[in-house]
Design a protein around this ligand. Structure first.
Ligand code: ATP
Ligand code: MG
Length: 465
């Protein structure tokens, strides 16, 4: 970390000198002013991390300087010192937001302690703010298509109520994000959001997961367990993949919804719970009902407010916004340099079918941000990075599968030629273990020409995943 910069504003030279010695000895950067005016000018110019301010000065007095410092920077910590320390001045300085009030004469140790506390507090607050911001950005719903606006409107109407919400949509469209957004904007936002993935929990465990059990209620129940419904009391329970629940579990969940109470396995006692239920599934529940796999009465209980999140291919307008959002996000998150994206590349991404929806788009952008060599992500990068065999191998994880991007249509003939040439060169280089001489020989071109091409297309082994 850089040295914290301390600005001392005091008309007494002796005080400035003694603080200079102490502060510099302790490893702080020191600046000083003998008058309020001079101090304010320095504060604006040098953006100090903390100000030590004398109250009684000729010209502008310390309390007025304090007011003006606040106007420059609301959160700048100020330690006020005064030889004429009346209680009144101390109180007034504190009201104006001074961090501490120290009376002259003071031991330098006293100033140092106060200074460290103030800087620590400020650092913590900054960290908190950064964290909060990061969380907000992570949970932001990006997009301004009509389809997404409808979803947002439904979220807005559902959030403040206690009504049960059923969110349906394909994998990766943002169902969990919608559920969390509803909870965050509800009156229960300070209480817990408890998530249960009904598809991931084995059949024989799901009931004890949801409703809890008493010690010894079945073989293996060595300890008492509090169920998710109880854990979510006063908050929200998110029943994810609700379409994968067995008929038996469905019946039990229906009972909780009807009665508002749960019974731990192995206990005859019922426990009242106040839980808001949000459910989600990528199955078509209407179809599941027809096939006799999902209870219709449970469906109606859950779908008090149904929200359908449409697939990304039905709202291509959102693609550019999402791509830009995740480019910025991953530049920060992965500490890679920011890039631009060529219009042709953006168009190609917009035309893609996005079977894995936003999760696939997100993974794709992350990969592009890490792997692309130039300052601008272009169609060639999509070909190279997104469609490379490694990426296709990861298709299950959501990366674009080979051949899906309709790149032939994108851009000019020149762009197409360049793209193809670059791909060809990279694949030949790989074949020859990135040995330039061998590759040049294999493709029958002078080495100097190959070097020129590598430069032109910014190809290097490091940029090849
Ligand atoms: N509108 C959006 N803006 C920004 N990010 C989004 C948006 N929608 C979804 N995402 C992101 O896409 C990823 C997948 O979203 P989410 O997990 O909510 O999908 P899901 O519908 O629950 O998927 P699955 O059915 O596979 O569980 C998450 O990282 C999420 O933050
Ligand atoms: Mg999900």
């Amino acid at each position: 970390m850089a040295k914290p910069r301390i600005l001392v504003i005091d008309d007494e030279a002796a005080i400035r000198d003694s603080l200079k010695m102490t502060l510099e000895y302790e490893g702080y950067d020191y600046a000083a002013a003998a008058t309020g005016q001079e101090g304010l000018a320095l504060a604006e110019r040098e953006a100090p991390d903390l100000v030590v301010l004398d109250v009684k000065m000729p010209g502008m007095d310390g309390l007025e300087v304090l007011d003006r410092l606040r106007a420059i920077n609301e959160t700048l910590p100020v330690i006020v010192i005064s030889g004429h320390g009346t209680i009144g001045t101390a109180v007034e300085a504190t009201k104006k937001g001074a961090f501490d009030f120290i009376e002259k004469p003071f031991a330098s140790e006293r100033v140092l302690v106060s200074l460290r506390n103030a800087l620590d507090q400020r650092r913590l607050r900054d960290e908190n703010r950064t964290l909060k911001k990061a969380v907000e950005i992570r949970h932001q719903m990006i997009g301004d298509s009509g389809a997404l606006k409808q979803v947002m409107a439904a979220v807005g109407r559902a959030a403040p109520t206690n009504a049960t919400v059923l969110i349906q949509g394909e994998s990766g469209v943002g169902k969990e994000l919608v559920a969390r957004t509803i909870h965050r904007n509800s009156l229960r936002s300070r209480e817990r959001f408890v998530q249960v993935n009904c598809a991931a929990i084995p059949e024989e465990l799901i009931e004890s997961e949801l409703f809890g059990h008493e010690k010894g209620s079945f073989t293996g129940a060595t300890e008492k367990q509090i169920g998710k419904f109880e854990q979510a009391d006063r908050g929200t329970i998110f029943l994810d993949e609700v379409g994968d629940m067995s008929p038996k579990t469905q019946a039990k969940v229906l009972r909780v919804l009807q009665e508002g109470e749960v019974e731990r396995l192995g206990s005859a006692r019922t426990i009242k719970v106040d839980v808001r239920v949000i459910a989600a599934t990528n199955k078509n529940l209407e179809e599941e009902i027809e096939k006799g796999r999902f209870r219709e009465d449970l469906y109606f209980r859950l779908a008090v407010i149904p929200i359908h999140v449409p697939p990304l291919r039905d709202r291509p307008e959102d693609v550019p916004l999402l791509v830009r959002h995740y480019m910025e996000y991953f530049a920060r998150e992965n500490n890679v340099r920011p890039r631009r994206i060529a219009p042709a590349a953006l168009e190609a991404l917009q035309r893609h079918r996005w079977k894995g929806n936003i999760r696939e788009l997100r993974n794709t952008v992350e990969r592009l941000m890490i792997m692309s060599a130039g300052d601008t992500i272009d169609v060639a990068d999509l070909l190279e990075i997104v469609r490379s065999p490694q990426a296709a191998g990861r298709a299950s994880g959501g990366a674009l599968a080979g051949g899906e991007l309709e790149l032939g249509k994108a851009g000019t003939l020149r762009e197409f030629k360049d793209t193809t040439e670059r791909s060809y060169l990279v694949s030949k280089l790989r074949e020859n273990g990135w040995n330039i001489s061998k590759t040049a020989e294999a493709i029958d071109t002078p080495r100097s020409n190959l070097y020129k091409k590598l430069e032109q297309y910014q190809i290097s082994q490091e940029t090849d995943g």
